[in-house]
Design a binder for this molecule. Structure first.
Ligand code: RIB
Length: 305
């Protein structure tokens, strides 16, 4: 049976401009190319998990508008259960404006719209799906009280919680104590701990500080270098895969979605992380968030499995 993943989180439509570089404040740059693509950290995680082989239920809010309709169609075509994706008549679907520079780096602004109205009651409505899941995956583009409510439900049923603390914001000890796997990048790890993550030793100290607050395992993502893991069974660097970056948008989301599947399948920790690293590396070779999430066969080919 496929691993059961529930993702609670955001859905956006991404308006992407590829330009030579990201404009500075007050500057106008001509010559960019426009693409519209499905995005939102939660939706990207859900799509990545589904394509990596998971059986995925998504809990989210979209607007009762053309973007929301399009987003739901996309989830359905990826085989995602949308029973808990609510169309909200009071708010527009989330939209992200994204600049992608020639080196693949990006800059993102998000109008959250309906994502900001995903409530603890929405999560409660999906309590049965969460209780039956192998892994619950979340990020921070929906209200923190909703994230906390979902984490409590999962914890009460012994369901593992993967939390990607992005976009960066301070988190309560009560929430951290409910997290099985926390996956910050260097900036997010620094915001959560006050420790600047420049070297592996710093990553180790930041991870320890988070584990002291009750987080089960910490995986600090280091971009192309790979990830630093701190867990009971393994501590150290798991290197990434070298690829030519076209667009790094959603690499972290794809990492988390694929990691959830690999962990739910019971893959040994380092293998699970290599699976997620391969998925993330493949995603940066293509433009767009959800268009870049790889299918399981591509991930396995990269791993030589
Ligand atoms: O992580 C990438 C995502 O962040 C984009 O798809 C955008 O929608 C923002 O939510």
């Amino acid at each position: 049976m496929a691993s059961r993943i529930v993702v609670v989180g955001s859905s956006n439509t991404d308006m992407i401009i590829q330009a030579a570089r990201i404009p500075r404040p007050g500057e106008t740059i001509l010559g960019g190319q426009f693409t519209m693509a499905a995005g939102g950290k939660g939706a990207n995680q859900a799509v990545a998990a589904a394509r990596a082989g998971g059986s995925v239920t998504f809990v989210a809010r979209v607007g009762d508008d053309v973007f929301g309709e399009q987003a739901i169609k996309g989830f359905v075509s990826d085989g995602i259960d949308v029973a808990y994706v609510t169309k909200d008549a009071e708010a527009a679907s989330g939209v992200a404006l994204i600049f992608v520079a020639a080196d693949g780096e990006n800059s993102i602004g998000v109008a959250s719209g309906a994502n900001g109205r995903l409530s603890p009651a929405d999560v409660q409505a999906a309590a049965g799906a969460i209780a039956a899941a192998d892994v619950l995956v979340m990020q921070l583009e929906t209200p923190l009280e909703t994230v906390q409510a979902a984490a409590e439900l999962a914890h009460a049923k012994g369901v593992r919680v993967i939390l990607n603390p992005a976009p960066a914001q301070p988190l309560s000890d009560a929430l951290l104590a409910r997290v099985s796997v926390l996956t910050p990048n260097e900036t997010e790890a620094e915001l959560l701990t006050g420790i600047k993550v420049d070297r592996d030793e710093d990553a180790g100290r930041a991870a320890q500080a988070l584990r002291a607050k009750g987080v089960g395992m910490v995986i600090i993502t280091l971009g192309a270098r790979g990830v630093f893991v701190s867990s009971d069974e393994f501590t150290g660097l798991v290197p990434g895969f070298k690829v030519q970056a076209v667009d790094t948008t959603a690499a972290g989301d794809v990492f988390n979605g694929a990691l959830a599947v690999a962990m739910a399948e019971g893959q040994p920790l380092v293998e699970a992380i290599r699976f997620a690293n391969a998925a993330a590396a493949l995603s940066v070779t293509k433009l767009g968030a959800q268009p870049s999430a790889p299918r399981r066969a591509e991930i396995q080919a990269m791993l030589g499995r």
